[in-house]
Design a protein around this ligand. Structure first.
Ligand code: PEP
Length: 259
């Protein structure tokens, strides 16, 4: 089954207007010929409009992603951003369930499932991050944790909600540590995730994009992208430097399994 890989840069709390201009200019120039891979960037919210203005109407197929969204549609929710606002500004993908939001903002599986639902209701594509902590990994609970994090969405919205959605498997111990999962470790969990969804709907499972995230860089991406159930990457640190991000996109572009 052919799946078009997705390489997405999560800029987190980094950037400036100047940096947005520079990075997007470099990405657009170098990535204009990319054919086998979808590319997206998730700058901080305040730079989305600037990024959109730079991305539209030119060469280079780079989509816009947001790093968060509120579950409420409008009203007295100071500091929040609604799905309609993201849609209006040209966002396509929204990252939800990132371990940093689970940890620092105490988002639980229920809130994340609500976010998944509001995104689907307006046609935005959720990028649902799941993955185990170091302690859970050491206790052999990787699959149990991933299953639990998927179950809340599956139980409240049903498996069809995963049509036109993305899952990012991001072992928490690999995020920002320089210690990526090995391609074999990642593949094992990606296969588990796909098989688990296939138990409910084989077609949805075959089509769904499952990105790997956690210290992906120019050196390890090619091997990760050789794995049959790894469909691109969610990239943090290495997405802040054009050269590094471009190398990862090129590794996906050239990976045999994506041709
Ligand atoms: C992330 O935060 O989603 C991530 C994968 O970060 P890094 O690439 O820096 O590990």
């Amino acid at each position: 089954m052919y799946r078009r890989p997705l390489v997405m840069g999560n800029w987190k709390l980094n950037g400036s207007q100047q940096m947005v201009t520079k990075l997007i200019t470099e990405l657009r120039t170098t990535l204009s010929g990319i054919q086998n891979c979808s590319v997206a960037i998730a700058p901080p919210m305040v730079y989305l409009a600037q990024a959109r203005d730079q991305l539209v109407g030119g060469s280079g197929n780079i989509s816009l992603a947001a790093q968060n969204v509120d579950v409420n549609l409008k009203g007295a929710f100071t500091g929040e951003i609604a799905v309609s606002m993201l849609k209006e500004i040209g966002v396509e993908y929204v990252i939800i369930g990132h371990s940093e939001r689970r940890t620092y903002h105490h988002e639980n599986d229920e809130v994340i499932a609500e976010k998944f639902a509001v995104l689907k209701s307006v046609g935005l594509i959720p990028v649902l991050c799941i993955g185990e902590s170091q302690a859970e990994n050491e206790a052999g609970q990787t699959e149990t944790v991933c299953k639990r994090q998927l179950d809340t969405v599956l139980e409240t919205l049903g498996v069809k909600a995963f049509e036109n959605a993305v899952i990012a498997y991001e072992p928490v111990w690999a995020i920002g540590t320089g210690q990526s999962a090995t391609p074999q470790q990642a593949q094992k969990t990606h296969k588990f995730i796909r098989d688990y969804i296939a138990q409910q709907d084989a077609q949805v499972a075959e089509k769904i994009i499952i990105q790997y995230g956690g210290s992906v860089n120019a050196n390890n991406s090619a091997e990760l992208f050789k794995q049959p159930d790894i469909d691109g990457a969610l990239v943090g640190g290495a997405s802040l430097e054009a050269d590094k991000f471009i190398d990862i996109v090129k590794a996906a572009e050239n990976a045999q399994q994506y041709q």
